[in-house]
Design a protein around this ligand. Structure first.
Ligand code: SF4
Length: 352
């Protein structure tokens, strides 16, 4: 039994102060953290419960046309917001493809961004894991690693980031608002998570006390709504993390791609923005050849980290499929199996 303090602050500023020591952790719904504590993987000596902090559970349309989503907004509430689905359909599809209905009802926006890897050795305290215990080694290297990273990995860690939600968000240039000991700052979501390098235990750029208070989508993100998809290949049809996933958002004018955003999930320790592939597609026609070339560019630096060479080809194919479906047009209806690579392209928007 590990003892820990439990604090429920009344203000954001009190929360930041209470969490400003390295062994403290914020608690929202706890869908990941409580499992980690019960399994002996995380040992915070202080839990700072943020669930009663005022104003963090709101979704607000901003004067500039952007959207601000409080960190405590539940995944299910956001996913079932019809206005949100109309404006950011790929994000809705990603949300609805994640975890289970019960977990989505509890899980929060901020917690989703900060969930830990699902590498099995990380969760097994008898295994060597540099992320859980720096310097202990990485049993995944010679172990069961077919679902591990193919981009941005290091010898120290080959784990992937598990979030679906983050993938279209990174593609759409989402920004996180962070309250810290020195006040408020903003970080592009693309820069929030770190690649492992020699310090895989440092998963993001947050400092002790830093609290993500909101996520923002810029006004420009809405312009992609008519051509935006998120697809996910998983080993079973629900309640499974992505083997690989892709978000594609296009602006097509007069038969040409005027703007494009691409990101991949399940391939690296962070949601992976495919900028070089975006550059190659800008101004091109939305053709199968152009999409195949873009997919090759997106995975040009990929290397298997173990028994996972197949993921490089799979990621290219899922990217081509996502681009193809996005170019065909966002379906009016969120597919019955959201983010399925096998769903049809037509329907009527439905998020009730
Ligand atoms: Fe730990 Fe990373 Fe190795 Fe998994 S891949 S065992 S998380 S160091």
């Amino acid at each position: 039994m590990n003892n820990f303090e439990y604090i429920r602050p009344a203000t954001i500023s009190d929360a930041v102060t209470a969490a400003s020591r390295p062994d403290a952790a914020y608690l929202a719904s706890g869908t990941n953290l409580l499992d980690l504590m019960k399994g002996g993987i995380a040992h915070p000596s202080r839990l700072v419960d943020i669930t009663r902090l005022p104003g963090l559970d709101r979704v607000e349309r901003l004067p500039d046309g952007g959207l601000r989503i409080g960190t405590l907004v539940r995944n299910a509430d956001l996913a079932h917001d019809p206005d949100f689905a109309r404006c950011y359909p790929a994000v809705t599809e990603a949300l609805l493809s994640g975890a289970s209905a019960q977990l989505r009802n509890a899980a929060t926006v901020g917690g989703n961004l900060l969930q830990r890897t699902r590498c099995g050795y990380f969760y097994d305290v008898a295994s060597a894991c540099n992320k859980r215990r720096p310097g202990s080694g990485c049993d995944a290297g010679d172990g069961e690693n077919r679902l591990h990273a193919v981009l941005g990995w290091s010898k120290a860690c080959i784990a992937t980031h598990p979030s679906d939600f983050c993938v279209p968000l990174v593609a759409l240039d989402a920004v996180v608002e962070i309250e810290g000991r020195n006040g408020r700052r903003e970080v592009a979501l693309e820069s929030l998570h770190r690649l492992p390098g020699d310090t895989p235990e440092q998963e993001n750029v947050l400092e002790p006390g830093d609290l993500i208070v909101a996520l923002r989508l810029p006004a420009e993100a809405r312009a992609f709504a008519p051509h935006a998809r998120y697809l996910k290949v998983r080993e079973r049809t629900s309640y499974a993390f992505a083997v690989v996933s892709a978000a594609a958002a296009l602006r097509i004018e007069q038969g040409k791609i005027k703007d494009v955003r691409l990101a991949l999930g399940g391939v690296a320790a962070k949601p992976w923005r495919a900028r070089a592939a975006e550059e190659g597609l800008a101004g091109a026609g939305p053709t199968a050849d152009a999409f195949r070339r873009a997919a090759q560019v997106a995975l040009a630096d990929a290397k298997p980290s173990g028994d996972n060479l197949f993921k490089i080809e799979l990621a290219q194919r899922i990217l081509v499929r996502t681009l193809t479906l996005a170019a065909a047009g966002t379906p009016d209806r969120i597919p019955a199996l959201p983010a399925s690579a096998f769903s049809s392209v037509s329907g009527a928007l439905h998020v009730a």
